[in-house]
Structure formats: C-alpha cells, structure tokens
Write a protein that binds this ligand. Structure first.
Ligand SMILES: C[S@@+](CC[C@H](N)C(=O)[O-])C[C@H]1O[C@@H](n2cnc3c(N)ncnc32)[C@H](O)[C@@H]1O
Length: 231
C-alpha cells in the first residue's frame, strides 16, 4: 500500500509532505500573489463550481473557495494519495464544507455534472496531456475559464541559465512521464480555448495562461494532437 502511494507521489512532493505535515495551511509565500492572479483570471462568481486538477496539497483552495463563496463548490483532483490526505487535512482545518478532494488521475477520474472553471496550477501532467483534457473538458460549460500556470523554456541569456535547470528539476523530481518544459507548454490549451492570454514571470521561465473554452474544442484538440505528432 505504502509502495503504491510512493509510486503515485512525485519525489518533490514526498519531501514537501514530510516538511509540511504539521502545517495543513502551508504554501510557499511568493506563490500567493500568483494564485490570486490565477483566481482573478478565472472570473468566478458566487455559486460557481470550479475544478482544481493536479491540486497538490490544496494551495489554491483558499483563493478559489473565497471566489465562489459558500454557495459554490471547489473540487480538487489529485493523483497522489499522500498528497490528497494533506489536502483533506487543509479542508478539515479550515472547516470548508464546499471544498472537496478526490484521488485520481486527470486522465481517468470520473467527474459528475458541470463546472464553470478549471485551474491547473503547476500541473504539466494535466495541461499538456490530451487524454486529461479529453476526460475533463466535457464537464466544463462552453465559455468556462481555463487557467494554467507552469514552467516554460525561454530565449536569451536567461534561457541559457534557466532552461537546463528547469529541465533537470522536472526530470529528477517529478514523474518519469511528466513532460519537460518547452517554449509553449500551453499548446493544447490554446487549441481548445478562445483568446488565450499569456503572461510571463521570472524572466520568462514561468507563465500564467487564461482563456475561455471554445465551442468546437473537441475537433480543435484532435487537430492539435495530430499536428504535433505529425510535426
Ligand atoms: C507541482 S504540483 C502543483 C500542486 C498544486 N496545483 C499547487 O498549486 O500547489 C503538481 C501536482 O499534480 C499532481 N499530478 C501529477 N500528475 C497528475 C495526474 N495525471 N492527475 C492528477 N494529478 C496529477 C502531482 O501529484 C502534484 O501534486
């Protein structure tokens, strides 16, 4: 059982979980303002239902729960059972009755009903996976906001220094299947959204992207996958 949980928990998360076990509300301080900006970009209203896929220990929950209010709902999806347990402790500590977390892979998790927004914060295994998007997007309303934050490669001097570091960190600390950052990790999400806006942070090594789910997203996703594999 422990082995299975370890297999589903990336190395960095195992280290983080050990350090933060006594602190259910832990988050890295400089990430807070980025979570606030990501939440703003979701244009959430009171009563909305929102998905946080690859939710980790639930660092975005507070921002999302505030945005949707007590009549709304936040559902976290997370592959790692140990990480889900921490997210659950966060939910209980804060006595949120409208925030829930389920353990499962974005590619196969069973969702019910409709959602008004999707956030994939630091979750390349989700936003760069066509299978994950195929599984999740049918549960979003057309026009629902989709927001993603993550690492990317960049040009120039900063890129020369940061790109190898980013790639090394991802390859050593994440799953073997986690996609390495490239110049446009939002590639699939751009195909399924309208007006995807991209902002860069940390010398272009991190990005925040936000757009609205397009009506024809199914065909657009197929095209994007075919074009990429044919490229
Ligand atoms: C870098 S963490 C980010 C966590 C969180 N979103 C945050 O902002 O702190 C990425 C998370 O995605 C989870 N993850 C990786 N692959 C996944 C998948 N296929 N389905 C669901 N969660 C996944 C990892 O276990 C990890 O907790």
């Amino acid at each position: 059982m422990q082995r299975e949980s370890d297999r589903l928990t990336p190395l960095y998360a195992r280290l983080l979980l050990r350090l933060t076990r006594p602190f259910p509300n832990f988050d890295v301080a400089f990430i807070g303002p980025l979570r606030a900006r990501a939440t703003q970009a979701m244009h959430l209203r009171a009563g909305d239902r929102v998905l946080d896929v690859g939710c980790g220990i639930g660092g975005s929950f507070l921002f999302l729960a505030d945005a949707v209010g007590p009549s709304g709902e936040v559902l976290g999806v997370e592959i790692s059972p140990a990480t889900v347990a921490h997210a659950q402790r966060r939910i209980e500590t804060n006595r949120w009755t409208n925030v829930h977390v389920v353990q499962g892979a974005a590619q196969t998790v069973r969702l019910a009903g409709w959602y008004d927004g999707l956030i994939m914060f630091g979750a390349p295994d989700v936003y760069a996976s066509a299978k994950a998007l195929e599984n999740i997007l049918p549960h979003l309303r057309v026009g629902a906001r989709i927001v993603l934050f993550g690492a990317r490669t960049t040009n120039g001097v900063a890129g020369k220094l940061l790109n190898p570091m980013l790639k090394l960190a991802v390859s050593k600390l994440s799953f073997a299947t986690t996609p390495l950052p490239d110049a446009e990790p939002w590639h699939l999400v751009r195909a399924v959204t309208e007006n995807l806006e991209i902002r860069e942070y940390f010398f272009g090594a991190m990005f925040l992207a936000a757009g609205s789910l397009a009506q024809n997203w199914t065909a657009a996703l197929k095209d994007a996958v075919t074009n990429k594999s044919g490229a």
